[in-house]
Design a protein around this ligand. Structure first.
Ligand SMILES: [Zn+2]
Length: 247
């Protein structure tokens, strides 16, 4: 039964056979269970990760439903992590799902991020990403940045000691979210960016991928660009520690 669930993905040469074993022994933490977080969690749970921890303290609103695929009309007003956990468990009973009803901050981040082999960014603001970037570097945890706006978005793997980090290219470290209902976002762009982020995570997990290029995808044009982002030796987060000190 377990093997049968994953037949179509283990038929892919990039996955079989060691990749599936790695997926099934991996622990993932998803920060934010909005549009990207929901879709990333769904892909990784259906692929059979061993454990997923989901983190969010929001409640479900009507304006979420066009893109946040774990939630239904009848869930409006309920906690996102509660509904998401229920849905993820129903999707794949082989996966352990841990729900944390908290907003990530510098006080709780170390304990939360420590529980993952890889951290997934499902957040929607600069401040939360700064917490992930700084804490993940301190813990030497790899994380996948993902962000969507309008019809386009970005994905980047950040691997401490190997790739550049978010701060290396001057990404702002403060600022709250501009609501999606104000700045606008189309659901198909959310799905596309979530898929690229999930694939990037799988590559980091199963083949120790160390490519930290910034991937830009616009689902409307359509257009895809891959941009190298070199490490910044003067970066205030990762610039002072050399690779030799880490490894
Ligand atoms: Zn950096």
């Amino acid at each position: 039964m377990v093997l049968e669930k994953y037949l179509s993905q283990i038929a892919v040469k990039e996955i079989f056979p060691e990749g599936q074993k790695r997926i099934e022994s991996s622990s993932v933490v998803v920060i934010g269970m909005g549009g990207t977080g929901s879709s990333i969690a769904e892909i990784l749970v259906r692929m059979g990760v061993q454990k997923i921890t989901i983190v969010d303290n929001d409640t479900i609103e009507a304006s979420n439903l066009n893109r946040q695929s774990l939630y239904m009309e009848s869930d409006i007003g309920l906690k996102k992590v509660d509904v998401a956990k229920e849905q993820l468990v129903r999707m794949n009973e082989s996966v352990a799902v841990n729900a944390i009803d908290q907003k990530l901050n510098f006080l709780n981040a170390e304990e939360i991020l420590a529980g993952g082999d890889i951290i997934m960014d499902g957040t929607d603001n600069y401040s939360a990403r700064n917490v992930i970037n700084t804490t993940a570097f301190r813990l030497r945890k790899s994380w996948i940045f993902s962000a969507v706006e309008g019809t386009y978005g970005y994905v980047k793997a950040i691997i401490p000691g190997r790739t550049s980090c978010l701060s290396c290219f001057g990404y702002p470290d403060k600022g709250e979210a501009i609501s999606c209902t104000v700045q606008g976002v189309i659901p198909s762009a959310v799905k596309a960016i979530s898929s690229i982020a999930a694939t990037t995570a799988i590559k980091v997990l199963i083949k120790n991928e160390q490519n930290g290029d910034l991937i830009y995808f616009d689902s409307w044009k359509p257009s895809l660009e891959v941009m190298p982002i070199p490490k910044n030796e003067k970066c205030k987060v990762c610039g002072v520690v050399s690779e030799t000190q880490i490894s």
